[in-house]
Design a protein around this ligand. Structure first.
Ligand code: FE
Length: 267
């Protein structure tokens, strides 16, 4: 099949350029053909690149890739993902916002499959094409959010504007009770602390504080987000950097964030 030969070519290219791809996949939710996979933790990643988590939502044999990452880590993500799922079945990409570590790999994914759609805030609709894609690649998401269908599953884009990007959305899966929260909940921790899930909230959150204070742009937007997501049933809050909050740590995080003063440079 055409898809197979493209995969083989991509993987050969990866081996040629990279030597080894070290991202791993971890299933975080599974219910029949409905599945969430985290693509995480690359110890071979150079120090100067921020570590990122990518997530794949599978339903009915189709996939939606959330914040696929930078072009620099595309080979590692593509290779890890391919070991888990046929990449030609990825129907689209959800980009929480416009940053390079979020979606600068877009052109490489489109080279693999030019039909792929990119769901992103309307605000970035004419900016992200600087990374790649044509007019019909983009599905603009309105400020109030929208439903993104995936083979019968209804995923909900949830507004998170100014957290940190001015056009920023998260993705909620009501059936799996998972909220993909982009940069909200992100923690930057030392290499030796590699667990995928938050184990001890109070020691973990120290690695999140500086990031949230500096990157999150608006206390008012933060207040609204905390209110909004408090109404959702969330078993796992999955950020794009750091570790996943689960169970009681989800509300613990929301409460912590609600109290944090953000958007001001400390002298
Ligand atoms: Fe960002």
């Amino acid at each position: 099949r055409r898809g197979d030969s493209i995969v083989a070519r991509q993987l050969a290219a990866i081996r040629l350029f990279r030597g080894e791809c070290m991202k791993t996949t971890q299933t975080i939710f599974e219910d029949g053909g409905h599945k969430w996979t985290a693509i995480v933790r690359d110890p071979a990643k150079p120090e100067f690149l921020i570590d990122t988590n990518e997530y794949l939502v599978q339903h009915g044999g189709q996939g939606l890739l959330l914040d696929p990452g930078g072009s620099e880590i595309f080979p590692a993500v593509f290779s890890a993902l391919s070991s888990e799922f046929d990449p030609s079945k990825i129907a689209g990409i959800f980009a929480s916002h416009q940053d390079p570590d979020i979606v600068s790999s877009l052109a490489l994914w489109l080279e693999f499959n030019p039909q792929m759609k990119c769901h992103v805030s309307w605000l970035w609709g004419s900016f992200i094409p600087h990374f790649g894609g044509k007019g019909d690649t983009f599905v603009p998401l309105p400020d109030e959010g929208a439903v993104i269908p995936l083979a019968g599953l209804q995923l909900q884009a949830v507004p998170a504007h100014y957290l940190h990007s001015s056009g920023n959305l998260h993705l909620y899966d009501r059936q799996a009770r998972i909220l993909f929260s982009g940069d909200v909940g992100a923690a930057l921790f030392p290499a030796e602390k590699q667990g995928l899930f938050v184990e001890d909230f109070s020691s973990h959150i120290r690695f999140a504080e500086g990031f949230h204070r500096r990157w999150m742009g608006s206390n008012e937007a933060k207040r609204q987000w905390c209110e909004r997501v408090s109404h959702l049933e969330i078993d796992m809050l999955c950020p794009q950097h750091g570790a996943i909050y689960q169970g009681a740590d989800v509300q613990r995080f929301i409460n912590w964030f609600d109290e944090l003063h953000v958007g001001v440079l400390r002298s």
